[in-house]
Design a binder for this molecule. Structure first.
Ligand code: ADP
Ligand code: MG
Ligand code: ZN
Length: 623
């Protein structure tokens, strides 16, 4: 495929390191438990998880006291997994770094986590348990408090009256076994789990709220008809107040954009949206529901007596020295009121142009377009692709005392200092079109129109650009070339489009791989062929998501943009006037050096910034 312009550099212009970083965070560091993985990462096993009870049946399979004195390294040599010499080297390195032996062996590339765990299980005659297949029970989990689980690298998996099946990275850890027995008063039946599985399972601990939940009195509040006064009283119970605050503060600390409080038949599910995907963070019992929802409604200034119609409200909070705005809305569902809180972080709203994710060549192309004195610049992409953020970054860059910038938006999402922002109000007759007309009498230099939805708005925008203004706006098209043909389809004469539009920027957002736990691998020839990289030599290395404490076991942390930047040059102008199809325009743009969304995505895969799965999800699917 000749159309791929790929650069192996990250968006800061540095050559990306392709080495795998081995996660060394073994201790208790991150405050609060991270969310569990619910947006399934691509290519996971398909069979659903189930409860694990085998370990409870039959005679306890204990590790014999004799074996217990054998160190883990020995076991691995006995299993034929590593040689004596390799064990020597690993022990030496362990002395220097103080890491767990398993991790050292892994980082030396001697064996995979799975190999090690299976070998240990086999040698000791106990089970290896793949936690990905196991449904963990919150009640069982709480038999061992989170901080103890972290300290010993253990996860309680199943329990009955007398014993507790515990997943352990090192089932020979005598200290851990003793501690757990004393703590629980149960017989401990160890099974082997991998370090990654351990990290991931930690995320299933309730978010530091087990204490709070235990304190909540099972009020009769969940009953359908609770008198409003009674509801107000339970909603102001200290544990409920604390729970509501915890739910919000945790979400903010984890960088969530939305919080969902969802009544279900048996429980209430609380989910956070982080980098575009939803994760379940806790499922408090049903009796918490009415009080929690009422508490949030009180905070948001809503009417708690009304539970049958949708409402919306707002909460302003200060968390960790940041001003946070929450837009709260409720809808009645069959299981009760569902609440969604959108988190608007006024400070976090600003991404400078250099942080949008533009590769160096694209950055230059971008700057050349936005510094033109007049014309229309269009941003395209579906909702949530980062258009508004890019627009604000551009306005912020162009904002100087000597220029007059005005915006008309739906809604005004963030306030930009020094810029006159107007919110459309169709009921009062203030639309994009009427607003734009009024602006032209206000001596503007730069105008931002939230979106061009109709021919009328398009015409006024074109008129403004032809009379010496720089106009920024958005359109919903799949790619950059599609934007100019869309304007023609709206009824605008091609010569007007070709003489006004100076550049189109299409964009998408992809999640960025966590730098602490991403794993490199060699893609298969079929995969490379599918994305048009079959001829690349040497064969490239890609990275994929793993999951660690640092990234809340998601494997990704943050997002970045993919861009397709099309300056409208003379060739493209000619094609527009000739009403050429967007495919032809695309070819011409690529010939002139445009990097497509796909190519930009693949560049970022080769750089190790994101995974192929992300890029396929975001840009290849919809074509
Ligand atoms: N270049 C970017 N890098 C990282 N995050 C971004 C970027 N652009 C936008 N975001 C985040 O993505 C979310 C959606 O962005 P937004 O600009 O509102 O998209 P749109 O206007 O296309 O609907 C916001 O939470 C924003 O902070
Ligand atoms: Mg937007
Ligand atoms: Zn990570």
């Amino acid at each position: 495929m000749a159309e791929l312009n790929i650069t192996v550099r990250d968006h800061h212009g540095q050559a990306a390191s392709r080495r795998v970083e081995v996660d060394v965070a073994g201790g208790d560091s991150a405050p609060g438990a991270p969310p569990s993985r619910e947006a399934a990462p691509p290519s996971q096993d398909t069979a659903g998880p189930r409860r694990y009870t085998e370990g409870l049946r039959g005679q306890p399979r204990r590790v014999s006291p004799m074996r217990r004195r054998v160190p883990m390294g020995r076991i691995l040599v006995e299993a034929g997994l590593i040689s004596e010499a390799q064990l020597e080297r690993a022990l030496q390195q362990q002395k220097e770094t103080g890491e767990r032996l398993g991790r050292v062996i892994m980082s030396m590339g001697l064996a995979s986590q799975d190999d090690i765990a299976r070998a240990i299980a086999k040698q000791l005659g106990i089970d290896f348990v793949n936690l990905a297949d196991v449904l963990l029970d919150e009640q069982v989990l709480l038999r061992i408090p989170e901080h103890i689980a972290r300290r010993h690298h253990v996860i309680p998996i199943a329990a009955d009256d007398s014993s507790l099946v515990v997943g352990m990275e090192d089932p020979l850890d005598v200290v851990a076994l003793d501690d757990l027995r004393k703590l629980t008063g149960l017989e401990i039946r160890p099974v082997v789990i991998t370090p990654d599985a351990f990290q991931r399972a930690l995320s299933q601990y309730p978010v530091g709220v087990d204490q709070t939940l235990a304190e909540i009195r099972p009020a009769e509040a969940y009953e359908e008809e609770v008198a409003t006064e009674r509801l107000r009283a339970v909603a102001e119970d200290a544990p409920i107040v604390r729970l509501a605050n915890q739910v919000i503060v945790q979400a903010i600390r984890q960088g969530a954009s939305d919080i969902h409080v969802e009544p279900q038949e048996q429980r209430v599910r609380i989910r956070y949206r982080i980098d575009g995907a939803l994760y379940s963070v806790m499922t408090p019992p049903k009796h918490v529901q009415a009080a929690l929802v009422s508490r949030i409604k009180i905070m948001a200034g809503m009417n708690i007596a009304e539970r049958r119609v949708p409402q919306d409200g707002r909460i302003e909070m200060r968390v960790d020295n940041r001003d946070i705005d929450l837009r709260v809305s409720t809808i009645p569902t069959v299981w009760g009121e569902k609440v969604v809180m959108r988190i608007l972080d006024k400070q976090g709203a600003f991404v400078g142009i250099e942080k949008l994710g533009l590769l160096p060549e694209d950055h230059q192309r971008f700057e050349r377009i936005i510094t033109r004195p007049h014309g229309i610049i269009l941003l395209t992409g579906p909702t949530g692709s980062g258009k508004t953020t890019t627009l604000y970054a551009i306005l912020n860059r162009l904002n100087r005392v000597e220029v007059n910038i005005t915006t008309i938006e739906d809604p005004v999402e963030y306030q930009l200092p020094g810029i006159a922002q107007v919110q459309i109000n169709p009921k009062a007759g203030l639309t994009f079109a009427t607003g734009l007309r009024a602006f032209l009498r206000q001596d503007p230099d730069i105008i931002m129109v939230g979106e061009i939805r109709d021919e009328e708005t398009a015409r006024i925008a074109i008129h403004a650009s032809l009379t010496g203004h720089l106009v920024l706006s958005t359109l919903h098209t799949n790619d950059a070339p599609g934007a100019v043909t869309r304007l023609v389809d709206m009824g605008i004469e091609p010569f007007l489009v070709s003489s006004s539009v100076i550049g189109v920027i299409a964009q998408r957002l992809v999640r960025v791989l966590c730098q602490h736990c991403k794993q490199s691998y060699t893609p298969t020839p079929e995969m490379l062929k599918r994305v048009g990289l079959a001829d690349l030599t040497p064969v490239p290395t890609f990275c994929r998501a793993a999951g660690c404490e640092y990234c809340s076991n998601i494997g990704y942390r943050g997002r970045t943009g993919l861009f397709e930047i099309m300056p409208v040059d003379d060739t493209i102008k000619g094609l527009i006037v000739d009403r050429a199809p967007s495919g032809r325009i695309k070819e011409a743009a690529i010939a002139a050096g445009m990097r497509t969304l796909q190519a930009d995505g693949l560049s970022k895969v080769l750089n190790g910034v994101t995974s192929l799965e992300e890029v396929l999800r975001v840009v290849f699917v919809e074509e």
